[in-house]
Design a protein around this ligand. Structure first.
Ligand SMILES: [Zn+2]
Length: 121
């Protein structure tokens, strides 16, 4: 009898785990993107709803041209010396923000866990 109770509890916990992972998997993909200069937020938009567009973000005599297309974002052109931001291509993961060091520009997915909770979808 005792074994059956233990077994039932195990099955219940297993089922709860399954439901838990299903909920996590079904959660909407994070698609809020923030464009920042150091700690100042210049643009915030939702990639899944943002229309295709090109943003020119000036920095002194220099500038970055940011392209939003088909729910993705990248630095299309830049006047910075190293062009690292252009070479990084499209933003794919929150672990890999697009950074333009010379122009102090950062393009990244908003991550609520990192205290960007001023941004709401
Ligand atoms: Zn750059």
């Amino acid at each position: 009898m005792k074994h059956r109770i233990v077994l039932t509890v195990c099955i219940a916990l297993f089922a709860l785990g399954l439901i838990g992972s299903a909920v996590v998997l079904l959660m909407p993909k994070k698609s809020t993107v923030v464009i920042r200069r150091d700690s100042e937020v210049l643009y915030t938009f939702n990639l899944s709803t943002a229309p295709d567009q090109t943003l020119v973000i000036p920095y002194g005599d220099s500038s970055n041209t940011v392209e939003i297309r088909d729910g993705a974002v990248r630095v299309k052109e830049a006047e910075c010396p190293d062009k690292t931001c252009v070479n990084m291509g499209w933003l794919r993961s929150s672990a890999m923000p697009i950074v333009c060091l010379p122009n102090h520009l950062i393009i990244e997915f908003a991550d609520a866990d990192r205290g960007v909770d001023a941004i709401s979808e």
